[in-house]
Design a protein around this ligand. Structure first.
Ligand code: UDP
Ligand code: MG
Length: 317
């Protein structure tokens, strides 16, 4: 008999001590009957609770459990990347630690992979438990992305996904620091399919993503995939240039050549003040957009490692 294929389950975890044992237990139960070998890679993203101890404990009881301990909190995207880089599987499944991604979906993801699909994406149907603000911001996020970027992004496609070895290898070649793992995975262009699931509320603890983190993620994603903001600034500049030229010509002819037949009595200073204010506005807007990109370039150019591994825990099989 040929060696069974290996599937890596990757779980980024930040302060998830209360969720980890249950997640492990559910995953272990689900993979019990599947005809594959598994490794479960937990990436501890600098948790301040006792997540690491719990993971080490799990590792002692189950040699399939492998823990990567990052030196500090690097963010979910970097933690996920660390997991993908370390995974040895023929495929990897990425899932959240807070049980919002139901382990019972694993067999369905794997089934699609066996049919030859290289990226199997979990698409989340929103449950009523979610706050309207969360649902609204999530919808707005995708609406904005669709408008502003050329990247093809499916609404409510989550990080809960299976990727083939080929995608994992391609993923290793990405060097950018500001990253949205799922955006990069989609960008590779491998065949993709979708599997629906209903998101349950987070089991324990608070989401590590605050609205401000989500906002910066959204801005990063737009600037990562599109130059439109930069173009808007220059479109705006041209528009205002055109407008002020027409206005200037009109006022010049009306006032100085025809000697004010419309009785507008425009004062030079008033005109000047308005124009200056307008142009200062334009300049600031443009600078703002340019700054966004410069910030990104700055980040990329520094080329620091995405994450630092402090320790790894794995028991010999
Ligand atoms: N997470 C992480 N680092 C962070 C924030 C979150 O590794 O800085 C992990 C977290 O432990 C969870 C997953 O990323 O497994 C999703 O996080 P969360 O539930 O906070 O996000 P949401 O479900 O609101 O998208
Ligand atoms: Mg969550």
């Amino acid at each position: 008999m040929t060696q069974q294929q290996l599937i890596s389950v990757i779980v980024p975890a930040y302060n998830e001590a209360r969720n980890l044992p249950l997640l492990y237990q559910k995953v272990a139960t689900v993979i019990e009957n599947l005809p594959f070998r598994f490794e479960i890679i937990f990436v501890d993203d600098g948790s301040r609770d006792n997540s690491v101890d719990i993971l080490k404990d799990l590792g002692k009881r189950d040699t399939r459990v492998h823990t990567i301990e990052l030196a500090r909190n690097f963010g979910k995207e970097s933690a996920t990347s660390a997991g993908i880089h370390a995974a040895k599987g023929d495929a990897a499944i990425i899932m959240d630690a807070d049980l919002q991604h139901p382990p019972k979906l694993l067999p369905r993801l794997i089934k699609q992979w066996q049919k030859g699909v290289e990226i199997v994406v979990g698409v989340r149907q929103y449950s009523k438990h979610e706050s309207w603000l969360k649902r609204f911001t999530s919808r707005a996020f995708y609406a904005i992305l669709r408008r502003f970027t050329s990247a093809e992004i499916t609404p409510n496609a989550t990080d809960f996904r299976l990727i083939d070895r080929k995608v994992m290898d391609a993923f290793g070649a990405f060097t950018e620091r500001n990253r949205l793992a799922r955006g990069l995975i989609d960008w590779t262009g491998f065949t993709r399919c979708y599997v629906n699931f209903v998101g349950s509320p987070r089991k324990h603890g608070k989401p590590g993503y605050t609205y401000s983190k989500l906002f910066s993620l959204a801005t990063n994603t737009v600037t990562a995939y599109s130059l439109l903001p930069l173009k808007i600034a220059s479109y705006l500049g041209w528009l205002i240039l055109l407008f002020s030229t027409i206005l200037g010509t009109f006022v010049g002819i009306e006032k100085f050549i025809l000697h004010d037949p419309m009785q507008l009595q425009i004062r030079g200073t008033a005109l000047l003040a308005i124009i200056i204010m307008f142009l200062v506005g334009v300049i600031l807007v443009c600078l703002g957009f340019v700054a966004l990109y410069i910030a990104r370039i700055h980040d990329e150019v520094m080329n620091r490692p995405l994450y630092i591994i402090k320790d790894e825990h794995q028991e010999e099989a």
